[in-house]
Design a protein around this ligand. Structure first.
Ligand SMILES: Nc1ncnc2c1ncn2[C@@H]1O[C@H](COP(=O)(O)OP(=O)(O)OP(=O)(O)O)[C@@H](O)[C@H]1O
Ligand SMILES: [Mg+2]
Length: 379
């Protein structure tokens, strides 16, 4: 059963995207109460009552806290900060900005979806690539990171063979540009002996760290991360370095697969990474007569989603087009067919669940106002 401290720890994962600090250190959490029946009451003070970030922050708080063991319900009341509290918040945000001069190259306003699964071969890479392309087609600014350092497959799925290089001036790695998104993968690192050895020598979590700190991602709405199979180093490193990261768990309809996926979700919880939802892949095969065959069992996705109390984001049918397009570098969502439709719908659902950060927000305006005041009083 989660304690008040667990709730506070989970709340540290909720960042005000513009102030770059979490809601606890910003003094936005006014009270936390955990009832014996698992109901959690949280009082949040927002910078202003009609803060446009309100929905996003309360949704994030709900998702994080609901993911804690034993929590049955989360009730949030919001209020507005006093002028003193606001001044305090701005000084925390400033100190924070000075001390932690952006630890990664990923903007705090970027929504991060890590596509994970308990076992290999369930379709993480195909789904990551297609979700990312579908988001880019909807005009979002999208990055796709291949965190499967040894087993990379995104370059082939997306049809990229460029070698990555570093910009002479910034010394940051420039991502490959493909299907309107930015891609980084070890598969795109120059294949000279030296670099191959260098990458082999790196620990997995170190490699991920390089991809987050030394790649010029620019301003992204979404960063989709194709996770390596299983649990461990990479998941932990990710939640430590990108506190805003959330996880999508991929499973097959088989009940055995669902049990394995549950372990990934467990690990996500321990590292305070919320699970946004479940995608069931290879759900059925429809023959040319319109008859559906559930080749890999039935109900695994739904059961897992229910167990985790998160939505089932989508069910993707078995479609030979996925295999063919993966070999030709043209993701299925760019065409038509049963998998293409299901994957586009899943991307749409993901946007609903994880809406892009608002561009013009109260804290952003506040920050500019303070800057302006500081400048005018200094001048
Ligand atoms: N819906 C689908 N219909 C048909 N084939 C699919 C579907 N999803 C994935 N595949 C195929 O299944 C294989 C495994 O998929 P993929 O590489 O995406 O899985 P993965 O989970 O990333 O695997 P790994 O754990 O090895 O990284 C690939 O050949 C892919 O083309
Ligand atoms: Mg893969």
């Amino acid at each position: 059963m989660a304690t008040r401290d667990d709730v506070l720890a989970a709340l540290r994962g909720v960042r005000d995207p513009e102030l770059g600090a979490d809601v606890v250190e910003l003094g936005m959490v006014k009270h936390v109460e955990v009832a014996p029946n698992g109901r959690v009451e949280i009082g949040l003070a927002l910078t202003i009552a009609e803060c446009p970030l309100r929905g996003q922050i309360t949704d994030d708080v709900k998702r994080r806290v609901r993911a804690l063991p034993g929590v049955t319900d989360v009730a949030i009341t919001t209020s507005a900060m006093s002028a003193d509290e606001r001044a305090n918040l701005m000084s925390v945000a400033r100190r924070r900005a000075r001390e932690h001069a952006r630890p990664t190259q990923v903007s705090p306003t970027t929504r991060v979806a890590a596509i994970a699964s308990g076992k290999g071969g369930v379709g993480k890479s195909s789904i990551s690539a297609n979700l990312a392309v579908a988001l880019a087609r909807r005009s979002f600014r999208v990055g796709l990171l291949d965190a499967d350092i040894w087993g990379f497959s995104l370059p082939r799925i997306l049809g990229v063979s460029d070698r990555l290089h570093a910009d002479d001036e910034t010394r940051l790695i420039v991502p490959a540009q493909v299907h309107d998104l930015k891609l980084v993968s070890t598969g795109l690192i120059a294949e000279s002996e030296d670099t191959a050895l260098m990458w082999r020598g790196l620990m997995l979590s170190k490699a991920l760290e390089q991809f987050l700190t030394q790649v010029d991602w620019g301003d992204l709405d979404y960063l989709v991360i194709d996770m390596p199979p299983g649990t461990g180093d990479v998941q932990m490193a990710l939640s430590r370095m990108l506190p805003q990261a959330e996880m999508v768990v991929v499973t097959t309809p088989q009940v055995a697969a669902q049990k394995v996926a549950m372990r990934v979700a467990d690990m996500a919880r321990r590292s305070h990474m919320p699970v946004i939802g479940v995608i069931e892949n290879m759900s059925w095969f429809e023959c040319s007569h319109g008859e559906r065959f559930t080749l890999f069992g039935e109900g695994g996705g739904e059961a897992l989603a229910e167990e985790l109390a998160v939505p089932l984001i989508g069910r993707i049918p078995i479609d030979p087009a996925v295999v063919a397009s993966g070999d030709h570098g043209r993701p299925v969502v760019l065409g038509a067919g049963p998998a293409a439709e299901a994957l586009s719908a899943a991307a749409e659902r993901l946007v609903e669940l994880l809406p892009p950060a608002a561009e013009e927000t109260c804290t952003g305006r506040l920050a500019r106002l303070f800057d302006h005041l500081e400048q005018t009083s200094a001048g």
